[in-house]
Design a protein around this ligand. Structure first.
Ligand code: PHE
Length: 382
């Protein structure tokens, strides 16, 4: 029989006949009142109207003149009690009233926490502690969120950066929205020169472009630091290309620039050969072929012997045994002059490579678009 059942019965029906029985019966009831209050506080209320409603319900349940637990106790326990027991029951009843007043059901309205925890909001009748859902098991393992990883293009960029940082180069950067002066003119590509068409340029206005290569930062760095200068310049570049498996209107380059006294083509070859061996392994050989760029003279294309088949011919090198790596050359004297450096005192070399292409070659990826589609099934392989 619960204490709530006992309230509906007389002491006689409950078989209580001495002061001690009365005392423990009232103790049980005080405990129930205290528990109900604690229960309400721990559940809280989702909003202010609910808070007021719940507090009033608790107060009425115990203190309502008609049908409240206290008046039931008065009716069922006190009034019909035997003459012997009446003094004891009366004392206990007064104490119960004091106790109930001390619980301050009215003041609960301010004390009750407002909380949104949905799982705790089911409205269970008060006094049904045993029927409440089990509290959350805090020992259960948590939800695991998948960890991200470095994008393969970023990772390739960092690998290349690391090699040049070890050689004493530092990293420089410049704007992606660039003037035609830095992107072309200062690099010895005058407006009327047909080689401007080599870069399918995205124009913002007649004097502003999305840079088509990282080479404009050569000039900016020369202006900023003068000579000597050993830098690499990683960054995004843009060209008016239709996206396909080898073209993307946005791609990544790394520019290299070394300017000092007595720099020769041998320094360029030695540096790039070392770089290729660091990146693709000791075994690879490099090949330099003549080429043309308006800002270098002489200019070259660098290829590396295929690191997969060792030059025998395979899918990665398209059966040629060689993989094209980059354009390079000795910095054109006019470019040095445009950057404020005296070409009679200083000379240098430069190169430009496509980071995306490097990552494709390294990981045998056949579609550059995969880098930019954000498909986790692709990205989680790196
Ligand atoms: N800027 C050239 C390009 O985008 C690459 C290059 C850089 C060539 C530096 C030579 C020297 O094609």
């Amino acid at each position: 029989m619960t204490i709530y059942d006992k309230i509906g019965k007389t002491l006689q029906q409950l078989g209580i006949s001495d002061a001690q029985g009365v005392e423990s019966l009232f103790a049980e009831l005080r405990k129930a009142a205290e528990q109900e209050r604690a229960e309400l506080v721990s559940r809280g209320a989702p909003n202010q109207p609910q808070r007021e409603r719940l507090c009033k319900a608790l107060r009425d349940r115990w203190l309502a003149r008609k049908g409240g637990f206290l008046s039931q106790v008065d009716e069922n326990w006190l009034k019909p009690s035997s003459r012997d027991l009446k003094p004891a029951v009366g004392r206990q009843f007064n104490e119960l009233r004091r106790f109930a007043a001390g619980l301050e059901f009215e003041k609960l309205v301010e004390a009750l926490p407002l909380q949104q925890e949905p799982s705790q909001q089911e409205e269970l009748p008060l006094g049904s502690v045993a029927a409440r859902p089990a509290p959350r098991d805090l020992t259960l393992p948590g939800l695991r969120r998948p960890l991200g990883s470095i994008h393969p293009v970023t990772r390739m960029q960092r690998e290349i950066e690391d090699i040049f940082l070890r050689l004493g180069f530092w990293i420089e950067s410049g704007p992606e929205i660039e003037s035609t002066y830095y992107n072309f003119d200062a690099l010895n590509i005058p407006e009327t020169h047909p080689s401007r068409d080599d870069w399918d340029t995205l124009y913002i206005d007649s004097k502003t472009v999305l840079r088509t290569h990282t080479s404009p930062v050569q000039i900016r760095a020369m202006e900023k630091y003068g000579a000597p200068l050993y830098i690499i310049i990683p960054g995004k570049c843009y060209r008016h290309d239709n996206p396909d498996s080898t073209h993307s209107p946005m791609f990544h380059q790394i520019e290299g620039l070394a300017i000092d006294k007595d720099i020769t083509f041998a320094d360029l070859k030695g540096t790039l050969d070392f770089f290729a061996k660091m990146l693709f392994g000791e075994k690879v050989r490099t090949r330099f072929q003549p080429s043309f760029f308006p800002f270098t003279e002489p200019s070259g294309e660098v290829a590396v012997s295929c690191f997969v088949c060792d030059g025998q011919g395979c899918r990665v090198c398209k059966e040629s045994g060689w993989i094209e790596l980059m354009g390079c050359g000795m910095v054109h004297p006019q470019v040095l002059r445009n950057g404020g450096i005296d070409p009679d005192k200083y000379c240098g070399w430069a190169f430009g490579l496509g980071v995306d292409r490097f990552a494709m070659v390294k990981h045998d990826i056949h579609d550059i678009q995969l880098f930019f589609q954000g498909d986790v099934r692709f990205l989680e392989q790196f």
